[in-house]
Design a protein around this ligand. Structure first.
Ligand code: F6P
Length: 558
């Protein structure tokens, strides 16, 4: 690999030389030119039921060729091989990143440092399958012998967003045996979600899944402790509570055991699975509980199909590669540092928030693989919402604001198979959603320069559109894997490590210290004035509140 910094590569400079042209050129003129006749074909790819149209992006075939040459110069094919074969691509943590191995069929073999990892993966899947079938068959009983009706998944970040997304977006695929089971998600450290939920549940019929790769995340452990406190209002014995009402999912079996979770209630995964890439592991238990193991395996199959495409397709026809190159082009070369994810399907409401972690925790970096500072832009700020809802929220900024934003439009073509009046009305709504999806990407691109002032639309906002036939577990697996690999491709061009997240540590450390101040176990003397003031207000507020509530109690008592 060249020791040159990325932006010293001649291929990088060739791409950079194209940027000023495309910062000026308006897509309206591009589509007005004679060359537009071939543009759609040149900038559209289809693969396995997915259509990826990037002809509304600010580039043409010559820029694409330069980007592909840059990908070769960055040895992307080798980087892909290294990822899929289990090399220690996560340099700063000296680990492999083998989320793709989790979706390998049982008949596969993947030997990593002398060990075939596939048998252990499928052993873990078998344990998951056993737990799922016992709960579906109502053989998993609580302390009082009652069957489980509610499962509460406690986790945060990668131990929450993926399972939450898949469970919510694919609920209609729940098999009959899972229809009576309610799956809930709790993540926030302040206890809000748990407090709301516990009022509606019964300890006797509730099972908690404590999902944490590190099994040391305070958000998750504090929620788990509150759940145990709630269980203890009915069942005093902590060990019995953990045996009948808790499952642990983690890469730290010793910590689950130390916490008191019996080995039989543990599902383990491995350090070489990144948290934000972990929904394919035991972390996906809530998905399997809602969709059944068959549905979960369909999700894995869709992702595996995308892994095969990523490994085998030539770069120019490789969807994750093209999406990664476009992100680098927009963010690093065109200076477009905003990216909006706009699914025109409300079932994918959680997809943008899932991607905020996948993309920004992966590529929100400013040092290269060796820790040396880099002087070019990396991951854009990513956000999103259900597209048709966002039209009534932040599209004003997309159309008439001052910020360039690259958009991903995502939509299924078909929905609703019921053939009654409601069905045809729903299909009409689906058509409206598609019409809005196409219209918005078109207006963002072309704008309207025929009118001025409040009615002027600048346009030239780049976008891609991803269409697929129907949303199914297979399709969602494919879609998520597509974005996972896109993230990896962009990281390879930026020469950054997408698999670590050192930036989250300091805040956690300071939070622990700040909490010690709040409990009186430490002082804030050397803290900044603002934090000292806020600590005082909180302490006074709590004291004032405690004084007030004890006064109220006293009055009540009197
Ligand atoms: O703080 C960030 C992070 O470590 C994420 O990378 C991870 O997905 C999340 O917290 C939860 O971590 P864990 O699964 O170890 O509880």
């Amino acid at each position: 690999m060249s020791s040159k910094a990325r932006n010293e590569l001649s291929e990088w400079q060739a791409v950079a030389a194209q940027a000023p042209i495309w910062q000026q050129r308006h897509l309206r003129d591009v589509w007005g030119a004679r060359s537009a006749s071939t543009r759609t074909a040149e900038l559209t790819r289809t693969h396995d039921g997915l259509l990826f149209d990037f002809s509304k992006q600010r580039l043409d075939a010559s820029v694409l060729n330069d980007l592909l040459a840059l990908a070769e110069a960055c040895e992307l094919p080798r980087a892909i091989e290294r990822l899929l074969s289990g090399d220690r691509v996560n340099q700063s943590e000296d680990r492999a990143a083998l989320h793709t191995a989790l979706r390998l069929p049982a008949t596969s073999q993947l030997v990593v440092e002398g060990e075939d990892v596939v048998p252990a993966i499928h052993a873990s899947l078998a344990r998951m399958s056993d737990i799922v079938s016992r709960i579906h068959a109502q053989q998993w009983r609580g302390v009082t012998g009652e069957a489980i009706s509610d499962v509460v998944s406690i986790g945060v970040g990668g131990s929450d967003l993926g399972p939450y997304l898949a469970t919510q977006s694919l609920a209609e695929f729940a098999p009959p045996e899972a229809r009576g089971l309610h799956v809930h998600f709790v993540s926030s450290i302040d206890g809000t979600q748990l407090a709301d939920l516990l009022d509606h549940l019964r300890p006797e019929t509730t099972l908690f899944v404590v999902a944490s790769k590190s099994f040391s995340t305070i958000d998750t452990l504090s929620n788990a402790e509150t759940a145990i406190a709630w269980m203890r209002t009915r069942i005093s014995d902590r060990a019995r509570i953990l045996r009948h009402h808790f499952i642990g999912v983690s890469a730290k079996p010793e910590k689950m055991t130390a916490y008191g979770i019996p080995e039989s209630n543990q599902i383990r995964f491995w350090d070489w699975v990144g948290g934000r890439f972990s929904l394919w592991s035991g972390i996906g238990l809530p998905i399997a509980l809602k969709l059944g193991m068959a549905g979960f395996k369909q999700l894995l199959a869709g992702a595996h199909a995308m892994d095969t495409h990523f490994a085998q397709a030539p770069l120019a026809d490789n969807l994750p590669v093209l999406m990664g190159l476009l992100q680098v082009w927009n963010s690093t070369f065109l200076g477009i540092n905003g990216q909006a994810i706009l699914p025109y399907d409300a079932r994918l409401k959680l997809f943008p928030s899932y991607l905020t972690q996948l993309e920004m925790e992966s590529n929100g970096k400013s040092v290269d693989r060796l820790g040396k500072p880099i002087d070019y832009a990396t991951c854009p700020i990513l956000w999103g919402e259900v597209g048709s809802n966002a039209q009534h929220a932040f599209y004003q900024l997309l159309h008439q604001g001052t910020q360039p934003v690259a958009c991903d439009f995502i939509a299924p073509i078909r929905r609703y198979s019921r053939d009654d009046d409601t069905g045809s009305s729903l299909q009409h709504q689906q058509q409206l959603a598609l019409a809005n999806c196409l219209a918005q990407s078109r207006v963002l691109m072309l704008g309207d320069a025929t009118r001025q002032g409040h009615h002027y639309y600048r346009g030239n906002q780049p976008s891609s559109t991803l269409l697929f036939d129907e949303l199914t577990p297979y399709r969602l697996g494919q879609l998520i894997a597509l974005y996972e690999h896109k993230v990896y491709v962009a990281s390879a061009l930026w020469n950054i490590n997408p698999f670590d997240q050192w930036g989250v540590e300091l805040g956690k450390k300071i939070a622990t210290a700040t909490h010690s101040v709040m409990t009186g176990a430490a002082s804030a003397d050397d803290y900044d004035g603002s934090t000292q003031q806020l600590l005082r207000v909180i302490a006074d507020g709590r004291a004032g509140w405690e004084r007030a509530s004890s006064r109220a109690d006293k009055e009540q008592l009197s």
